[in-house]
Design a protein around this ligand. Structure first.
Ligand SMILES: [Fe+2]
Ligand SMILES: [Fe+2]
Length: 262
């Protein structure tokens, strides 16, 4: 098992009422800042801190802004955040954009053109946009880099995932999201977890072709952990099984229109 597995940094039943450190090496840390209580789409937010900068992934709904902001403050001055990474525009991912822009109007928003068209409907379209399709990476001042990988129709047409090169962790957004009554921070039995992945993926993900196309794009990358926006994190030991799950998944239009063969 790789040295970058989460269990190397964290006991797997941590206190989830505070920021949870998932990865730490030299000046590079990843924290979970999510919502532990049960909601239909219990959401994960992640902070990637590198040197004295940070990116906030999937900041979440407005209802949780105060709590996420408080947790960020326990790690870094929120003014030092270098950008919000919004893997698509759904409210559970992105509605708090207006609160973040209120405290820092020049905060960069890293997202795709299709999400960028819709984000202003939350109430503020005057922001500094980093188009991840035109510039598919972000570099910290210390040289560490995050790559952005477009994931069309998983589930939004303009969705994307983010790969941190230093940790080899993939911030996957709704891909590998799970709906769980019995939630834990990190998957402890992937075979059982498959049912919770199905609860989300069969209805939300577009088709097997969309899934397979995305897995193809990931093939050149070495992935040590998958950090979805909902449900348990997938650690190193289950990454290969998670990729195989997505590659073979029949979902969306495959199920709705089984008589129509491609
Ligand atoms: Fe979504
Ligand atoms: Fe979501």
């Amino acid at each position: 098992m790789s040295g970058n597995c989460i269990s190397a940094h964290q006991d797997l039943n941590p206190d989830t009422n505070r920021p949870v450190l998932l990865y730490s090496h030299e000046n590079h840390q990843i924290y979970w800042l999510g919502i532990p209580e049960h909601t239909a789409f219990r959401s994960n937010t992640y902070l990637l801190k590198s040197g004295d900068q940070a990116l906030l992934f999937d900041p979440g709904h407005r209802a949780y802004f105060g709590r996420v902001h408080e947790r960020v403050k326990q790690i870094i001055d929120p003014d030092q955040i270098s950008g919000l990474v919004l893997c698509h525009q759904d409210p559970d991912v992105a509605a708090s954009i207006v609160d973040w822009l209120q405290i820092n109007p020049s905060l960069p928003i890293l997202t795709t053109p299709r999400a960028h068209i819709l984000l202003p409907y939350y109430g503020n379209g005057e922001y500094n946009w980093h188009d991840i399709t035109a510039k598919p990476s972000f570099s910290f001042a210390n040289g560490h880099r995050v790559q952005f990988i477009e994931a069309p129709f998983l589930h939004f047409a303009g969705a994307f995932a983010s790969y941190d090169e230093k940790s080899s962790f993939l911030f996957s957004g709704d891909i590998w999201a799970a709906i769980q009554l019995d939630w834990r921070l990190v998957v402890d039995n992937f075979r059982i977890h498959l049912q919770d992945l199905d609860l989300f993926h069969l209805d939300y993900m577009a088709s097997n072709i969309a899934c397979r196309g995305f897995v193809e794009k990931l093939k050149p990358l070495h992935i040590d952990a998958i950090l979805p926006q909902h449900g348990s994190i997938i650690d190193t030991s289950d990454v290969a099984a998670a990729l195989a799950y997505l590659e073979t998944l029949r979902c969306g239009t495959d199920i709705l229109y089984p008589q129509l063969k491609v």
